[in-house]
Design a protein around this ligand. Structure first.
Ligand code: PLP
Length: 233
């Protein structure tokens, strides 16, 4: 079995190759998606230089945060958010990528502890209007972003999407490029102080290259770093 550090190296090589191929010069941040994986594997990734970790399930994430409290990890919440979980999310994460309703943003804002810096937020967009996925539609985005940008305790950093499965490279890239266009259109509408809008959170193991071609600067990679998960998860 290849080690986590070997997997990470391969992913980093793919990122570098794609960046070169598509003439990308901006920095691309790599988030290691560690859902369902034990703390020991996160520790191995950390030892190999990884600092950003993404988790989908609150309880599981809190346990790992406790086990790894000495490490300087930047924690990203990327899973579906139920209203009754917002307090713990707001108190224990640096980023939330999966804000899909105004109500959730308001709760995260109200519950962010005052002594902590603003919580970094991405709005989740349902790019392909799939019933199975949550997120704002592109039509709703401008209005939603204007509201979220004004909420205290939050910093609106950008947009996040999970593209359609099965799609080929061209289709993935075309779909993800719409997320980049949406961000570009939004930027002049909002104040940079509350909404720097510098983040495109897109690209998973299966569409890493297409995401880089479409302008991603925050990849969320799970199985190619930590190995396959149970298909239900
Ligand atoms: C699981 C997950 C990922 C990582 O997916 P892989 O295909 O394992 O790379 C990325 N983003 C979100 C929102 C996820 O739930």
């Amino acid at each position: 079995m290849p080690s986590i550090s070997q997997n990470l190296n391969l992913v980093r090589q793919r990122i570098d190759a794609a960046a070169k191929n598509f003439n990308v010069s901006h920095h691309i941040r790599l988030l290691a998606v560690s859902k369902t994986k034990p703390a020991e594997l996160l520790q191995q990734a950390y030892a190999a230089g990884q600092r950003d970790f993404g988790e989908n399930y609150l309880q599981e994430a809190l346990e790992k945060q406790q086990a790894l409290a000495e490490l300087e990890i930047c924690w990203h919440f990327i899973g579906p958010i139920q209203s009754n979980k917002t307090r713990a999310i707001s108190e224990n994460f640096h980023w939330v990528h999966s804000v899909d309703r105004i109500k959730i943003a308001r709760r995260l804002s109200a519950q962010r502890p005052e002594q902590l810096p603003a919580l970094n937020i991405c709005l989740q967009i349902n790019l392909d209007r799939e019933d199975s996925k949550s997120g704002f539609s592109l039509d709703e985005l401008s209005e939603a972003a204007a509201i979220v940008a004004e909420l205290p305790g939050l910093k609106l950093r950008g947009l996040m999407a999970i593209p359609q499965k099965q799609a080929g490279f061209e289709q993935q890239q075309a779909s993800l490029a719409r997320l980049q266009q949406a961000l570009t259109q939004l930027q002049p509408q909002l104040s940079q102080t509350h909404a720097p809008l510098d983040t495109l959170s897109m690209g998973m193991s299966a569409d890493l290259e297409a995401a880089i071609a479409a302008g991603s600067n925050m990849l969320r990679i799970g199985s190619d770093i930590f190995g396959q998960r149970d298909p239900a998860q």
